[in-house]
Design a protein around this ligand. Structure first.
Ligand code: 26V
Length: 818
């Protein structure tokens, strides 16, 4: 029974005394401890429950309101939600950060230690998953009825340790102590089918119908995570699915003579939601991954349609009430699944079902790298999802028919746009499926969308002009400024008020203050304090002492060749050589900070980590160098580390080969926190430059067009290396074993790539990068000027709030009011 009328619970008060009462109650009733015996982690749980209560109060009312108002719902379908820690973020969004802090402190407990006990939800690899989390925050803040759907992985992103300079992965059992932010919904459980075969038959009306039968079944059970917006009034829902065995397994297990076998089968059927693939871009073609994708698609579609059907009987209303956003192609099976359910289960006419599907779905692309574009072998499809394969063949057939009709005789076009790649083993191109099944397709930064239109999806753009559009990424200013940089947030609010938290354009009002010497001093003091805070952590955790007066040069992101951490290392080595050659020269002291995980199977990326650590060892222990240069590899880069490092950056490294980084979002976070960017004409750097002004950044290197041209003409790195003394010396030092005397050949693969192929054109951009770095040093010597530019960066970052991003999706794609 749906309850109507006034709330059935009395709203909790938010004053310090009430929160203390909540803390004490939860410590006793929920955790089962008393203050005398409670550990910091017990207090964390008590605090989480006290805050969760206050989140929950607005949660059901929000959902009831959407229902009563019959609002169109937006479903954000994503294999990844890289949420990070929740306690402090919820306190911020509810406006109770200071009171909870006071309450905890009053009870004699160290607040920061309590926060430190939270294990972050790392259900994502990097940019794509973190974007999903920022968009959820913004949807809730803007009052958009936005629901996330994903997988509740038992094991999220692995923990990275560094042993003797090498990355070592260990699984993170993040649910070990229980997750206070989730609500199990054992009643919300759907079957998901795999395998079997399809039979066709004629129904009583003579229509041909398909029946998918003899399948295996797994159940998908829901866990709900409330997502409070800033201000706390709207609390949306993130629903994550976990795999459960079916009753049959239980019965088998009950009756079994073969008890052990039966239990093993049962456990096996629950592997689907065990682990997040940590392969960001590289790993492909794994059957378990394929099944994970369908698992969460099938469960979500059942849930979405059952909710729709509670309020509506007219299927034509589906696109007016439901928007499904596909976060990359990972959920692209939605297209085939929605068709299957509408046609096979609800007997809706094929063409009507197709119109409804396309009007409901929209697809976001996050990468152009060929190795990351998902395709699945037709064989695998046939075995695991035979009915979906049939549907895809039929959709493709009709699509190609239409293309043939419009472009008679152009067989090459047909081959290019087909959903089935016919060369080699036949494969389903998930990107093409997502494009034909969507009414809108978007890229995540202007340059990226432009390249989508001119490269991977150019045929589709010609066939359907206007369908591909841009939605430049953004980040939530709640987590990435207000929470992570309280010093800067307070400084800003003291000058322009607090409205910037939900209207980030307001930061513009800081512009005149860039010329104000006193403000610059205050701004620089905040940055210094953030650097001291980071230096303390680095000293404690890594035993490396760094001087907070140095320039903090930061590159934090997944380790990948295209992101060019190696270019950074080449600069470091050159700088080191110059210092050694001339130890008395007056250089600007620098700390080069690099952090990021390598996919476990990406050996070259792991070798790059080893090189960074080997170089760090040599540089940091060279008495000739001292504070002039330090290199720090921050292990286990994750959301919590990002919150610590972003506010402490002076220089933000965004140096991908132009045309390869779809957008980047770390670039936005650092600039928003007052770092200057050294970067290429790539991703959102281009738009950051439009906003903050080229004179306030250090842009260098080939443009995407020049990169494309160079690759067509055939690039050979040897000439560039021969022409640049610094570059030659740096590569020679690596090749000579200078950084790996115990194993001189260790970095042979790196040297080989740099000198022989250099696909990502590091050697072509090296000289420009060095010059840009010299300009960095020069400006850093002029602190007032540096700070002026840093303030202008902050002041002009309004565009990069994910609130703006969500508003654009809402207006142009979802058709919901904001
Ligand atoms: C692909 C695969 C393939 C196999 C298994 C796991 C897996 C996981 C992720 C991916 C694709 C990742 C694409 C991605 O993360 N793109 C990033 O998206 C960010 C948000 O739009 C953007 O800022 C980054 O530039 C872009 O690299």
């Amino acid at each position: 029974m749906r309850r109507v009328g006034p709330p059935v619970v009395k709203l909790l008060d938010d004053d310090v005394e009430s929160i203390k009462y909540s803390l004490a109650s939860h410590l006793l009733y929920s955790v089962g401890k008393e203050p005398i015996s409670a550990t910091a982690r017990d207090w964390f749980m008590a605090a989480a429950y006290a805050v969760r209560d206050r989140v929950s109060e607005h949660w059901m009312p929000t959902l009831n309101r959407y229902y009563a108002e019959d609002r169109k719902r937006v479903y954000y379908m994503s294999m990844e939600f890289l949420i990070g820690r929740t306690l402090s973020n919820s306190m911020i969004n509810l406006g109770i950060y200071d009171t909870v802090k006071q309450a905890v402190t009053d009870m004699g407990v160290d607040f920061d230690e309590v926060l430190g006990w939270e294990v972050e939800a790392a259900l994502g690899n990097g940019g794509l998953g973190r974007l999903a989390a920022c968009l959820l925050d913004s949807m809730a803040t803007l009052g958009v009825p936005g629901f996330g759907y994903g997988i509740r992985y038992d094991y999220g992103m692995f923990t990275q340790h560094v042993e003797h300079g090498w990355q070592v992965e260990s699984p993170e059992n993040w649910l070990r102590y229980g997750n206070p932010w989730e609500f199990a919904r054992p009643g919300i459980i759907y079957p998901v089918r795999f395998g079997g075969r399809v039979v066709h038959y004629k129904d009583v009306l003579g229509h041909t119908r398909a029946q998918w039968m003899d399948t295996e079944e797994v159940m998908a059970m829901a866990y709900d995570v409330p997502i409070p917006g800033y201000g706390g009034k709207t609390v949306n829902n993130l629903r994550l699915w976990t795999a459960k065995s079916t009753r049959e397994f239980d019965l088998k297990y009950f009756n079994a003579g073969n008890y052990i076998e039966a239990v093993r089968d049962k456990a096996e059927s629950e592997t689907l939601s065990k682990v997040l693939y940590p392969s960001d871009l590289t790993d492909r073609g794994k059957e378990l991954r394929f099944k994970q994708e369908y698992f969460f698609v099938a469960a979500s579609i059942q849930d979405i349609l059952s909710r729709f059907r509670k309020a509506h009987s007219d299927w034509d209303k589906l696109p007016d009430k439901v928007a499904v956003q596909l976060n990359d192609t990972h959920p692209a099976m939605v297209v085939a699944e929605l068709m299957r359910v509408l046609v096979d289960e609800y007997q809706i006419d094929w063409h009507r079902a197709w119109a409804l599907t396309r009007a409901t779905c929209a697809y976001t692309n996050h990468t152009l790298l060929p190795e990351a574009l998902e395709t699945w072998p037709v064989d695998l499809f046939q075995r695991v999802l035979p009915r979906h394969l049939e549907i895809i063949f039929q959709l493709n057939h009709e699509f190609l028919q239409e293309v043939r009709h419009r472009h008679p005789g152009d067989n090459d076009l047909l081959r290019r746009v087909s959903v089935i790649a016919e060369e080699g083993d036949r494969r389903v191109r998930m990107g093409h499926l997502a494009v034909i099944g969507s009414h809108k397709v978007n890229g995540v930064a202007a340059i990226h969308t432009g390249l989508m239109k001119s490269t991977i999806f150019s045929d589709f753009d010609h066939l359907n002009p206007g369908k591909i559009n841009n939605k430049t990424n953004g980040v939530t200013p709640r987590r990435w400024l207000l929470l992570s940089n309280p010093g800067l947030a307070a400084l800003i609010s003291g000058k322009i008020g607090k409205d910037w938290v939900i209207h980030l354009d307001q930061l513009k009002k800081l512009e005149p203050l860039a010329a104000d010497a006193e403000f610059r001093t205050q701004f620089s003091a905040v940055k210094h304090a953030n650097k001291v805070r980071l230096a303390e952590v680095i000293s404690q955790r890594l035993g490396v002492d760094i001087n907070p007066a140095s320039l903090f040069d930061v590159q934090i992101k997944r380790i990948h060749e295209y992101k060019r951490q190696l270019l950074n290392v080449l600069h470091v080595i050159s700088r080191y050589s110059r210092i050694r050659a001339n130890p008395l020269v007056d250089v600007v002291p620098r700390v080069v900070i690099i952090g990021g995980k390598a996919a476990p199977g990406y050996l070259l990326a792991k070798l790059i980590i080893k090189l960074i650590n080997d170089v760090a060892d040599v540089v940091n222990n060279d008495p000739l160098v001292g504070d002039k240069l330090k290199v720090v590899f921050v292990p286990n880069y994750n959301v919590s580390t990002a919150e610590l490092v972003m506010p402490a950056a002076d220089l933000s490294e965004q140096i991908s080969t132009a045309g390869t980084e779809a957008s980047g979002t770390g670039n936005m976070k650092m600039s928003m926190n007052g770092a200057l960017t050294i970067g290429t004409w790539d991703g959102a750097n281009v738009e950051i430059c439009e906003e903050v002004g080229e004179e306030n950044m250090f842009l260098f290197g080939l443009t995407a067009q020049e990169v494309a041209r160079l690759r067509i003409d055939g690039y050979s790195p040897r000439a560039a290396i021969a022409a640049n003394q610094d570059l030659k010396r740096a590569i020679d030092l690596i090749a000579s074993g200078y950084f790996s005397p115990d194993e001189p050949e260790r970095f042979g693969a790196i040297v080989d790539i740099l000198t022989n192929s250099d696909h990502y054109l590091l050697t072509a951009d090296f000289a420009g990068y060095m010059t840009a770095q010299e300009r960095v040093d020069e400006l850093y010597r002029d602190q007032p000027e540096w700070n002026r530019k840093a303030i202008l960066n902050v002041a002009r970052m309004g565009k990069f709030s994910s609130d703006r991003t969500v508003s654009e999706y809402a207006r142009d794609i979802w058709g919901v009011p904001v």
